[in-house]
Design a protein around this ligand. Structure first.
Ligand code: CA
Length: 240
């Protein structure tokens, strides 16, 4: 296997040093850009396998770098945000980042995320960015077909009104990933979302009532406290 190349876009010297050292040791080739403009130049030049992109950068922000790269490529991108800057990660995912990680982080965690993205990319060369929903999804015994507006659980159709359907579609399209509340609200309701912050939770509750074996102990759509919701990867035993 060839050595994967990481484009590390980071302006702080201490992070650059530690990451370069750590990633080299883990078998990655590291190319460093310390501002957004250089990142875009190096991206075209070195064609990295994966990009670790700090959000706060001089000259061109990480968001704009991400947006620009997404116009030309589906290369995996991990956005690096300041601790608990929830809004940053929402914007990051919106502009096409595949994953996000918050500072401070451990090198081990960065390496695990990089490897996971590279594996996913290797399995799915031509695929769209992961937050773009595909039309037909099967996760465990739950299946969704958006052409037919049909959801089945163990082959039995369940009736989901439009917003519930769209929410489930978004969650199933991002199995295993935490989707922040703001992102779900923005995608499903956009500017139509009216004041009451409980609307999202009410819809989640209704979906759970239809697809969870025990809606009082959700194991498919789980709540990530203070952040949002995640559709769990099905355990192998849940598959028929
Ligand atoms: Ca920075």
């Amino acid at each position: 296997m060839t050595t994967p190349t990481v484009l590390l876009v980071e302006d702080e010297d201490s992070f650059v040093e530690a990451l370069t050292l750590g990633l080299n040791r883990e078998g990655f080739r590291v190319v460093v850009a310390q501002d957004g403009a250089t990142a875009l130049e190096l991206f075209s030049e070195v064609k990295p396998d994966v990009i670790l992109l700090d959000l706060m950068l001089p000259r061109i922000s990480g968001i704009d770098v991400c947006r620009e790269i997404r116009k030309q490529s589906t290369v995996p991108i991990i956005m690096v945000t300041a601790k608990s800057a929830e809004i940053d990660m929402v914007v990051g995912l919106e502009v096409g980042a595949d994953d996000y990680i918050t500072k401070p982080y451990r090198i081990r965690e960065v390496v695990a995320r990089l490897r996971a993205l590279l594996r996913r990319a290797a399995m799915d060369h031509s695929g769209p960015a992961p937050t773009v929903g595909v039309r037909s999804l099967v996760v465990g015994d739950v299946a969704l077909d958006s052409d037919e507006h049909l959801v089945t659980v163990s082959g039995e159709p369940v009736n989901l009104p439009l917003k519930e359907f769209e929410l489930l579609h978004l969650l199933l399209s991002n199995v295993g990933r935490v989707l922040p509340r703001e992102l779900l609200i923005d995608r499903v309701w956009g500017i139509d979302y009216v004041g009451d912050t409980k609307t999202l939770d009410v819809h989640i509750k209704r979906i759970r009532a239809k697809i969870e074996p025990d809606p009082s102990k959700p194991e498919r759509i789980v709540t990530i406290r203070g952040l949002g919701y995640k559709y769990e990867r099905p355990a192998p035993s849940m598959r028929a």
